[in-house]
Design a protein around this ligand. Sequence first.
Ligand code: ADP
Ligand code: MG
Length: 455
Amino acid sequence: MQQDGLWQAVLGEVELSVSKGSYLTWFKNTELLHNDHNLTIIGVQNVFIQQQLQKKFNNLIATILTKKGFPSRRIEYQIITSTTQRMIYDEPVFIEKQEETKNEPQHTTKNGFSHSYRQGLNEKYTLDNFVVGAGNELAFAACQSIAANPGSKYNPLFIYGGVGIGKTHLIQAVGNALKNQNSEINILYISTEQFVQEFVESLRSRKTADFASYYRSADVLIVDDIQFIAGKEKIQEEFFHTFNALHQANKQIIISSDKPPKDIPTLEERLRSRFTWGMSIDMQTPDFETRCAIIKTKSLAHNVELSPDIIEFLSNNIPTNIRELEGALNQLLAFCEMRAIEPSLGVATSLLGSSKSRPKHLSAHQVVDRVSKYYQVPVDDMLGPKRDKDIVVARQSAMYLLRSELHLSFPKISRELKRKDHTTAMHSVNKIEKQLNLDSDLKQSLAAIKERLYA
Ligand code: ADP
Ligand code: MG
């Protein structure tokens, strides 16, 4: 677990530093095989990834490892054999011919179409280990219903929402649940980037018919991050036909995206309308309590019981991205395990406290001022004792933004707003966070204020 935890923490940071496409293509299935002061060995799936990481990302990886407290003189990238890969098909598939894998059997699918960069379902994502709470309960309920009865009620299911909030987890969990009930079922999970890559490859090798029939043979097709299909006409057309074929045959289609169909630019109208045929769900960032429950669950999975103050600290400090939150937790656990110490608030603060930097050009004063102008509530009222509704909303919004944008501590936020008790800031921030999921006007107001702050 220590290496796993460390590597998850490193990946969490890599993900924030490189494009989503690069992350998925080059880092997604990597593993840490060894780490000490002299040598770090990273397991990769094929020679392309090996070369790319070596050439382009070696420095980044070295820097992050050092930053996490685990520097190493040298980093090597080792190709993992195919037996360690997770496959979702009856027959295994393997990547194109390449030197390092010449001793491995070259597998292809029934129709002879050979897949590259295959990742498939990851069985660590289950419905059971998904923590349900405000923000994700609707998406969860829809997924549960599909797992019980695929192809009937919500077809397609289109789930959209921000980065790192559990979309991939949920849609993979449906695939895993169905596979557990019936191992014969043909479930195809694919990231849109892979879909694109494979399509391009099939054009090059003149195997588009194989490509098409492969995807149309699915009982359940799960396509992750469909927003990457934007602007790619040929692929949109291919996907359109696949969609129709499956939908007509009552096969379940599940799609995720970082935005709703109407906001995906240059998406063909006919695809856009199809995406909304079934059910579209706006998945939200889990609220404070749910985040705490997620941390609790994840730490217990590592056999560690964290005290409430650590859990709340993590949940408060990393409010929007569960992947980052998990990365921070893993970093903390790995750090404590390697040094054989108990996790404490002190360690958590020293490890993570400085990870957020505040934008230099923004001051607390500017934030309060912006909020005051937007809501047309005088700053004096915001800082004063009045409790009229519009004043309270402005005051709490300001506290929320001081937290989310400037990452100020609660005592500091309370002082900025002239509140006596530092818990006032904590309650206000939590309250706004919760309300954001329910109140679209508030959400819009805060987005508008933020836009002006950074304009
Ligand atoms: P997205 O696809 O929305 O970017 P992911 O599904 O990859 O996000 O989630 C990021 C990480 O957070 C994953 O490791 C996932 O297991 C975890 N996660 C997110 N939401 C939950 C949840 N409600 N319960 C348990 N784990 C979660
Ligand atoms: Mg995802």
